[in-house]
Design a protein around this ligand. Structure first.
Ligand code: SF4
Length: 457
């Protein structure tokens, strides 16, 4: 259950001293419940209450760190089952697998693709997060050689072998980089636990389709002093997908609603299983892998291992992840003001849009790709799109007139003509009346703006 501001307030000093910079203890409690301030800021708090609050505020799902320094990836940390209740923290790590039977050239090519896969959307650079090295050969030396090859990769590693000897050989090489050890099972539990303790690495626990057994083994690991565990309840692709989803949901419910300490860990899934046993690389496998990934991203995977690297498969996954891990309570905005594109002079056209991030970056992308030379006025509509802000009243004649004055655009050009989005057409007369500018109604879709400018100006 989400910790409320009142739960927190009960443990605070209630003196309203203001040392934390907040007007009252209740205001501090409200910010703390939203993770907008640190508990440490309340210095007058006594130790027993501080410890109780630290316990209360610990996330339902433990944060587990994989990698070190610049390579660090944080898994887990979530508090709620539904995003609208708070937000989701720490985006699901997307990991691509390689194996120790790849020739050196093939391996380099794959590493290159993984490390250079990137996609910019709404001002954010979306990338992959880690590389999983699979001991496909079953040979400890081959595994160690491949891991050695990846030692300087820019991403952290997931070491995949059920053989403790192979795992130790790999950890001898990259143990100080805090790779995720995959995996402890019922059969190798003690040996893998020892390796996790010796190298201070997080440990994945693989117990396919049996949550009772998973609880028992998780408890055993915890009793041995292992705190950083990642749970893999099995990814049963095809007809087993329903059971897979049930297990993921059940684990997260046990963590969030029951605070069951044996399940308060990140969850791992392997959509790559769709095609790991099938060397034939066909398009249906890629679509199936992307579908399994999307399903588990929604419920509640913290790390997913994929095999496919086609950009058309990866982009929808990155986009979905970005959407899921964007705080739904905060509008995504860009700064309002005047933006410039291309080569400008005092006769350059002036466009208008709103500061909703998705709108702005779409317009920006279209103007850049169309090599448009134009000024762009961006109106603060609290992150609302054109049609929404028109309906809500944030986009109106006076606000546009104020924006013209605030940006000083009139000092840069010798005309008073503005092109507004097609969706804002009903406002053209009001803008003309309030600003004294002449208004032309442009295309509804910004992709048509560059051609519109060429044709009309
Ligand atoms: S510093 Fe602590 S006691 Fe003082 S107002 Fe803030 S929360 Fe309350």
């Amino acid at each position: 259950m989400k910790v409320t501001a009142m739960d927190i307030y009960k443990l605070l000093p209630k003196t309203n001293c203001g040392d934390c910079g907040e007007a009252s203890c209740m205001a501090f409690a409200t910010k703390l419940s939203e993770k907008e301030i640190d508990l440490k800021v309340c210095e007058p708090l006594d130790t027993p209450e501080r410890e109780k609050l630290e316990d209360l505020l610990a996330p339902a799902v433990r944060e587990v760190i994989m990698g070190t320094g610049d390579k660090k990836v944080i898994l887990g940390g979530d508090e709620v089952l539904y995003r609208y209740e708070l937000t989701y923290y720490n985006p699901t790590a997307l990991v691509i697998d390689v194996n120790d039977e790849l020739e050196s050239e093939e391996l380099d090519e794959r590493i290159n693709i993984i490390e250079n896969t990137k996609f910019e959307r709404t001002g954010e650079l979306l990338t992959l997060d880690a590389i999983a090295v699979r001991n496909k050969s079953g040979d400890a030396k081959k595994f160690a050689d491949t891991v050695s090859h990846l030692k300087n990769s820019k991403y952290p590693l997931v070491l995949c072998s059920l053989d403790p000897n192979a795992m130790k050989a790999a950890l001898e090489i990259v143990g100080n980089q805090r790779p995720l050890i995959y995996a402890a099972t019922e059969n190798n539990l003690d040996a893998m636990a020892q390796l996790a303790l010796e190298y201070k690495c997080p440990l994945a626990l693989f117990v396919p389709g049996d949550l009772e057994k998973m609880k028992q083994l998780s408890h055993t690991l915890r009793s041995q002093g292992i705190e950083d565990i990642v749970l893999d309840p099995g990814t049963f692709v095809g007809e087993g997908m329903g059971d897979t989803l049930d297990n993921f949901i059940m684990i997260r419910r046990l963590a969030v609603e029951e605070r069951d300490d044996d399940f308060r860990f990140p969850i791992l899934g392997i959509p790559a299983l769709v095609r790991l046993d099938n060397t034939e690389d066909n398009i249906n496998k890629s679509i199936q892998e992307a579908t399994v990934t999307a399903t588990l991203l929604n419920k509640y995977a913290d790390l997913l291992i994929l095999n496919g690297t086609d950009i058309w498969e990866i982009i929808p996954i990155l986009t979905l992840r970005q959407g899921l891990f964007t705080d739904p309570r905060k509008p995504q905005t860009v700064d309002a003001g005047l933006y410039e594109f291309g080569e400008l002079d005092d006769a350059s056209p002036v466009l208008l849009t709103t500061n909703f991030a998705l709108t702005y970056y779409t317009v920006e992308g279209d103007l850049k790709s169309g090599k448009a030379n134009t000024y762009l006025l961006v109106l603060d509509t609290d992150g609302r799109a054109v049609d929404v802000s028109l309906a809500g009243g944030q986009l109106n004649g006076k606000s546009v007139a104020d924006l013209i004055k605030e940006t000083g655009i009139e000092n840069k050009i010798k005309h008073k003509k503005m092109i507004i989005p097609g969706l804002a057409a009903p406002l053209s007369g009001e803008i003309e009346d309030d600003s004294g500018w002449e208004v032309a109604v442009g295309p509804r879709d910004s992709s048509a703006v560059p051609d519109y400018l060429l044709e009309n100006l």
